[in-house]
Design a protein around this ligand. Structure first.
Ligand SMILES: *Cc1c(COP(=O)(O)O)cnc(C)c1O
Length: 376
């Protein structure tokens, strides 16, 4: 008995990930590359992407939580891993035991990490996260002196290793925005202050994808790209930088049929066939990651041509209009919802239509959509 292929699937091209790491490394001009694989690798699969990125020369891996980082260790990733958003009661003992570096954005976090290191009898690797203007995570300027005062003895007695100081940009997708230079200078200043207290970080980092590709002056010792690893341009108006999208969201035609002029299609009959026509049923809906707000506002790609969706996107399915179906589209034919090959619909198109960013689009496929890997 053969197992039938998934009705909806997310195909991830690991050769594209390796290619994109190469492009990022070129732009980093000697700085190391940390591949960010938070949120399950932007929904591409954290462990698989991390392995491909490291094979292509990335030096480190970045995640959001300790849970994500420890799962990568369990999957056999032994490169340095940093995680940067944890409550102060998170499992720091688990992080220390797994050799995972944690970001410290406050005195409370530092106390939790040093307590875990003492319990483990092993040093904790930390990255001091500085708020240089994003106004989100990171130690605020007012708390910085207190943090340095507590960090000093912990580093001196070997409880903590200051592996990095870092910060995150607020305006990186506007490369010429003056805030980028301001944050660079504030980070350099914070590093100088720490160093004057005898606290010299092993490395300093600031740049996300956009800064890596457009602002070499922000690279410091290491760059921290996420979205560009997956092949999506962080500054679309600057072009694609030669990146290759790694994700293709696909399905297979479930049914093809003729409709008479005047027949309404899908819930609410929001589309009425203006002429006799042929429609195809695609088995992917909002439960699989096709937003209902896209109803009637996107095309799918079938065999190199594009066809408009018509009527409501439902929980499980969507209908597209094939017209007179000159290409002879048939049940079982592969359909691209979005992908990266020339002429195909893209995540950027969905983002433009929905007034959002492609980051959110690639995070959408879920539910019954089965992930599968290809290589080239
Ligand atoms: C998500 C994230 C990144 C990567 O950002 P991209 O815009 O995807 O390159 C880098 N650093 C931090 C702290 C992040 O949260």
């Amino acid at each position: 008995m053969t197992v039938s292929a998934a009705q909806a699937e997310v195909v991830v091209d690991l050769a594209a990930v390796r290619h994109n790491i190469g492009i990022l490394a070129e732009h980093a001009r000697g700085a190391d590359v940390m591949a960010v694989v938070k949120a399950d690798g932007y929904n591409h699969g954290a462990a698989e992407v991390a392995r491909a990125a490291l094979a292509a020369g990335a030096a480190e891996i970045g995640t959001t939580t300790i849970g994500e980082a420890v799962a990568l260790r369990a999957a056999g990733i032994d490169a340095p891993i940093l995680c940067w958003l944890n409550t102060s009661d998170a499992d720091y003992l688990g992080a220390v035991r797994a050799g995972v570096e944690v970001a410290v954005p406050s005195v409370a976090h530092l106390r939790a990490v040093t307590a875990a290191a003492r319990t483990a009898g092993a040093p904790a690797a930390i990255a001091l996260k500085v708020d240089t203007g994003l106004g989100r995570n990171g130690v605020a300027a007012a708390e910085f002196p207190d943090l340095l005062a507590e960090l000093g003895p912990a580093v001196a007695d070997g409880t903590v290793r200051l592996r990095a100081m870092f910060s995150h940009l607020a305006q990186a997708d506007i490369p010429r925005h003056p805030m980028n230079g301001v944050q660079r200078d504030r980070l350099a200043e914070a590093v100088a202050t720490a160093t004057s207290h005898g606290l010299r970080p092993d490395r300093v980092h600031l740049a996300n994808s956009a800064a890596t590709l457009t602002r070499p002056d922000l690279a410091f010792d290491l760059v921290r790209p996420g979205i560009a690893v997956y092949g999506l341009s962080p500054v679309p108006e600057f072009g694609d930088f030669g990146l290759r999208p790694a994700m293709t969201f696909r399905a297979r035609v479930t049914l093809v049929k003729r409709l008479r002029a005047g027949q309404g299609v899908s819930y609410g009959h929001r589309w009425i066939a203006p002429r006799d026509t042929t429609v195809a049923l695609i088995p992917a809906g909002y439960a699989d990651g096709v937003p209902r707000t896209l109803s009637g506002r996107f095309d799918v790609g079938i065999d190199g041509a594009r066809y408009p969706s018509v009527g409501r996107v439902c929980m499980d399915q969507v209908v597209v209009d094939l017209g007179d179906n000159p290409a002879g589209i048939a049940e079982g034919d592969p359909v691209v919802l979005f992908g990266g090959d020339p002429g195909q619909p893209t995540a950027q198109e969905w983002a433009d239509t929905l007034d959002t960013i492609h980051y959110e689009i690639v995070c959408a496929p879920r539910g019954r959509a089965v992930r599968r890997y290809v290589d080239g």
